[in-house]
Write a protein that binds this ligand. Structure first.
Ligand code: AMP
Length: 401
């Protein structure tokens, strides 16, 4: 069964066509600058051949049309016709409390996704447009929604409630939801496989460290806490997002600079994180690491603050779960930065984690990076959200749910 995985951002669309039985990638690509001048699509076939098409895309439907044309193109295509696509898996950012798992997309499901638009105004509307565009262009093909929030729905009340008047939860469902759930679920499953133990007996901490970053506590296969909240702004210091701050900081800046809520939210979302901490030097960890290597003060304080926050969450989650079997690193920074991993793990000897320097420098594979011993282990697990979405889609379509 060929599954087309679609991940719609506000102005971008990533896709992968995956043979769900063999789990082989057939083709993948990215449409950028949708509804913005300068649109282009990068399409890569399974053989690694890349084709760049410069084309304006007025909306996501046009982008999906372009993707389908590329997949069926007589020269560069990988399928003869659209009947070569058996199902579509959509990444959906916010499922609120409606979805604790993936689901076949129906009119009712779309209504629930629409209800969550106010919780994820940048993402959910784009996800919905992607669904409707696929429905229009591939009528009758089953579609599955895979939600970033679903894996975290097992969090207990004490982990997801904020310390604010309870009626805000009752009336508006203001609570912590968590994101990157597909990645946290995939990585914890792979961690159990790498450790050769059933997930039902493991206490895992998953550090998804990318441009967006979050940590979660996964006890016996279920998420019991995670660092992101109502929105992906809470928790770790990220590329450009602040993560946790005292809410009074907003009031202080508002009074000092005469700014409104929207302007301050923009600062917290787009001008903060490692970008803001480094005084606008870079939000890219490769730049920061290089500058750190030269001892540049801005990069040193930034990476230290980033790692400090990750460490704080690891400590909190170890306490919450009453122990840890493994700390797992994933996503752009977690998978590729021996420096960040060693800065974090150098403070984890109390868990029994001592890094193996050689293993910590291996790239691109699932690996235990701590020395053998009695205590917890540190692992690197490359994430694969698209494969996870293809698996979920396959399972649901097979069951005919
Ligand atoms: P993601 O959001 O998971 O795609 O991760 C993006 C982040 O990963 C960016 O900040 C990159 O700087 C970072 N990244 C990618 N490759 C490396 C690398 N080799 N070393 C350090 N950071 C990296």
């Amino acid at each position: 069964m060929n599954v087309l995985v679609i991940n719609c951002g506000s102005s971008s669309l990533k896709f992968q066509l995956i043979d769900a039985e063999s789990e082989k990638l057939i083709a993948k690509g990215l449409c950028e600058r949708i509804a913005i001048p300068g649109g282009r699509m990068v399409y890569t076939s399974a053989s690694g051949e890349k084709k760049i098409t410069e084309k304006e895309m007025g909306d996501h439907r046009e982008a999906i049309r372009l993707v389908l044309e590329a997949l069926t193109d007589p020269e560069t295509g990988v399928i003869d016709s659209l009947s070569g696509i058996d199902a579509v898996g959509h990444r959906i950012v916010h499922g609120g409390e409606h979805f604790a798992g993936s689901t076949l997309i129906t009119e009712e499901v779309k209504r629930a996704i629409r209800e969550c638009c106010e919780l994820a105004p940048l993402h959910n509307p784009a996800n919905l447009i992607g669904i409707e565009a696929c429905e229009a262009l591939m009528p009758g093909v089953p579609m599955v929604g895979v939600f970033d929030t679903a894996f975290h729905q097992t969090m207990p009340e004490e982990a997801y409630l904020y310390g604010i008047p309870y009626h805000y939860y009752r009336d508006y469902k203001i609570r912590r939801y968590g994101f990157h759930g597909t990645s946290h679920a995939y990585v914890s499953g792979r961690a159990a496989a790498l450790l050769g133990r059933p997930i039902e007996e493991l206490k895992l901490i998953v550090c998804h460290l990318g441009n967006g970053a979050s940590v979660s506590a996964v006890k016996y296969g279920k998420c019991v806490d995670t660092s992101m909240g109502l929105t992906p702004l809470e928790g770790l210091v990220m590329g450009t997002r602040s993560g946790d701050i005292d809410p009074a900081v907003m009031e202080f800046i508002a009074h000092k600079e005469g700014k409104g809520v929207d302007e301050i939210m923009d600062i917290l979302n787009r001008e903060s994180g490692v970008y803001g901490l480094s005084d606008g030097f870079s939000s890219d960890f490769r730049d920061l690491e290089e500058a750190y290597g030269k001892g540049e003060e801005a990069a040193v304080r930034t990476l230290k603050a980033f790692c400090h926050r990750v460490l704080k969450y690891i400590g909190a989650y170890a306490a919450q779960m009453g122990g840890v079997d493994a700390v797992c690193f994933t996503a752009g920074v977690g998978e590729n930065s021996p420096l960040v991993r060693s800065m974090i793990c150098s403070s984890l000897a109390w868990l029994g984690i001592v890094l193996d320097d050689g293993a910590n420098h291996v790239r691109g594979q699932e690996i235990v990076i701590s020395k053998q011993g009695e205590g917890a282990k540190a692992l690197v697990i490359p994430t694969n959200e698209e494969l996870a979405i293809a698996r979920e889609t396959y399972a649901i379509v097979q069951k005919g749910e």
